[in-house]
Design a protein around this ligand. Structure first.
Ligand SMILES: NC(=O)C1=CN([C@@H]2O[C@H](COP(=O)(O)OP(=O)(O)OC[C@H]3O[C@@H](n4cnc5c(N)ncnc54)[C@H](OP(=O)(O)O)[C@@H]3O)[C@@H](O)[C@H]2O)[C@H](O)CC1
Ligand SMILES: [K+]
Length: 509
């Protein structure tokens, strides 16, 4: 992946963005006012690119807050008026920062208050530019501040959020105060996406997300190590070699009548390129599985002793278990899997089996392991973190799903992938990825029975191919959503492994 593509995948917190902006301004190479001008011009440019019909001047209401987000709004108001637009600007309060004051001073038109606005200010088809709050939002919107946004939506106006929709916490994507906010049609942010654009409600409320380059890449080092969007990596292309060069994944399945989930897992592991995949099931489930498997090999494993015997073969280099495993079998097998020290994916029953004793699981986990809980499984292992996520967010920066995954990874001592439309993946030490199937990348058909079992298989297969746990989990989550997007409506879990070849082909693998 080239440097530029890698940079575009960075996702910043508000603190990181402020650090970068501060470093750029502190260097003397650029002023805050110049950044504000670039930001405002970028917003206009992205609006016109998305809606070419706006080349013809229309009607816009600009809602300006007291900070620099409001300052961006004054710039957009001026640029639209210069293009012949009818602009009505309403301010919550006078500009309070030096840069916003400069921008406001350049605005030649009238300034109304938010309460002056009525339905007649929002003719259908017009624009409402939200420049109330950006990364500085620290508390819920008062009712009088949210009202014009709701009025605009009710009138059928397109809301354009500058930097982030006001009311959304830019660090967590949660709506402060749990208000009911209208969705932006377009969000234009600067230099890098922020976590709030893709996590929690932010994924839906941000609408189409565009990132404008305001020329401060040179100071990005001030951000430290940001989270990154998950995506394809060059290592996905399969290098030449023998099947044993690409790993042998062992998937552990459950008893008769429970085998479908593990078969999906095994098939996905094979599709993503593991050289060999074996499914190990209780002896009594052999006939059922034998009738349904061809390229996936089959071995009987009755219990822990049977698994330990099988693992005397060092070629099994990645183990995947949980889907359809059964809780008793999971309690029996997970310790042996982890004691082997091999790369291991634990999902579903392999997690739930430890709901009463998560500490015992954490003590056995090692850095080669990956946990892939959905929200319910996460709450069983990390009840306090789930509780913090469930508690209404009142102040910013609010506790985010990424914060939760990072703390969980620290506690577990291994990679934790918390599933959702905004899947977050964290490793001990804080490195993190986000696989966001939101906005233009949404994959609603992925919410179907068995889809998680396929994700387990993709990640297990990538572990077998030698991917490091964080990259196996992140790349796997991205591929999984990409396969769903590629298939589209009507998707069921069985379709996902079969779609992987098309996704890989499109990547040139
Ligand atoms: N980062 C960049 O490179 C650039 C960013 N730009 C834009 O600047 C904003 C961030 O500006 P900032 O002034 O830091 O913050 P805001 O404008 O979002 O908020 C300003 C103040 O509003 C107060 N506040 C917060 N929440 C509420 C609320 N719910 N109700 C009322 N008031 C609220 C708060 O002050 P208090 O003292 O009252 O607490 C905030 O400080 C960024 O988003 C970009 O749009 C640049 O223009 C370009 C470069
Ligand atoms: K805003």
């Amino acid at each position: 992946m080239c440097d530029e593509a890698a940079q575009r995948r960075e996702i910043l917190t508000t603190r990181q963005m402020r650090a970068v902006e501060g470093a750029a301004i502190g260097s003397g190479s650029v002023t805050g006012s110049a950044l504000m001008e670039r930001a405002g011009a970028g917003v206009l440019c992205e609006m016109l690119a998305l809606w070419p019909e706006f080349e013809r001047p229309g009607h816009a209401v600009i809602l300006c807050g007291p900070g620099n987000n409001g300052g961006d709004g004054y710039v957009v108001a001026r640029l639209l008026a210069e293009r012949g637009w009818q602009v009505r600007l309403a301010a919550l309060a006078p500009p309070a920062t030096p840069d916003a004051q400069v921008a406001a001073a350049c605005w030649q038109g009238a300034v109304a208050t938010l309460s002056d606005l009525g339905p007649e200010d929002f003719p259908p088809g017009s624009l409402c530019i939200d420049a109330l709050f950006g990364t500085g939002l620290v508390r819920p919107l008062a009712p009088g501040i949210a009202a014009p946004l709701r009025l605009a939506a009710a009138q059928g106006c397109r809301i354009v959020a500058i930097d982030i929709l006001s009311g959304l916490c830019a660090d967590s994507g949660r709506v402060l105060g749990g208000l009911d906010l209208p969705r932006a049609a377009l969000t234009v942010s600067f230099q890098r996406a922020k976590l709030g654009h893709v996590l929690a409600q932010g994924g839906n409320l941000s609408g189409v997300l565009r990132i404008v380059d305001i020329g401060i890449d040179g100071w990005m080092a001030a951000a430290g190590v940001p989270a990154r969007f998950a995506g394809p990596v060059p290592a996905l292309a399969k290098r030449a070699g023998h099947k044993y060069d690409h790993g042998h994944a062992l998937v552990l399945g459950g008893g008769p009548g429970q085998g479908g989930a593990a078969r999906l897992t095994a098939r996905a592991a094979l599709r993503i390129g593991a050289g060999l995949v074996t499914l190990a099931c209780p002896p009594e489930a052999l006939p059922e599985n034998a009738a349904r498997l061809d390229a996936v090999m089959l071995r009987p494993v009755a219990d822990r002793a049977g698994l330990e015997h099988l693992l005397e073969n060092p070629r099994f280099n990645a183990l995947g278990l949980g889907p359809g495993l059964g809780l008793d079998r999971a309690r029996d097998l997970v310790p042996a899997v982890l004691a082997s020290g091999r790369a291991a994916l634990l999902d579903a029953d392999a997690l739930t089996a430890f709901a009463d004793a998560p500490e015992a699981l954490f003590a056995a986990l090692h850095p080669g392991a990956v946990l892939t809980p959905h929200g319910g499984e996460f709450a069983r292992l990390f009840p306090d973190l789930a509780q913090r996520l469930a508690t209404p967010a009142e102040t910013g920066p609010a506790f985010s799903r990424l914060d939760a995954a990072r703390q969980a990874a620290e506690r577990a001592g291994c990679v934790v992938l918390l599933k959702g439309p905004d899947t977050v993946i964290a490793a001990p030490g804080g490195e993190a990825r986000v696989a966001a199937a939101v906005g233009e990348a949404q994959a609603p058909w992925l919410a179907t029975a068995g889809a998680g079992d396929v994700l387990s298989g993709i990640v297990t297969g990538l572990l077998a191919r030698g991917f490091a746990p964080l990259e196996a989990a992140a790349t796997g989550a991205w591929l999984h959503a990409e396969a769903a997007r590629d298939f589209g409506p009507g998707l069921i879990a069985e379709d996902l492994p079969e779609r992987i070849p098309a996704v890989l082909r499109a990547l040139g693998c």
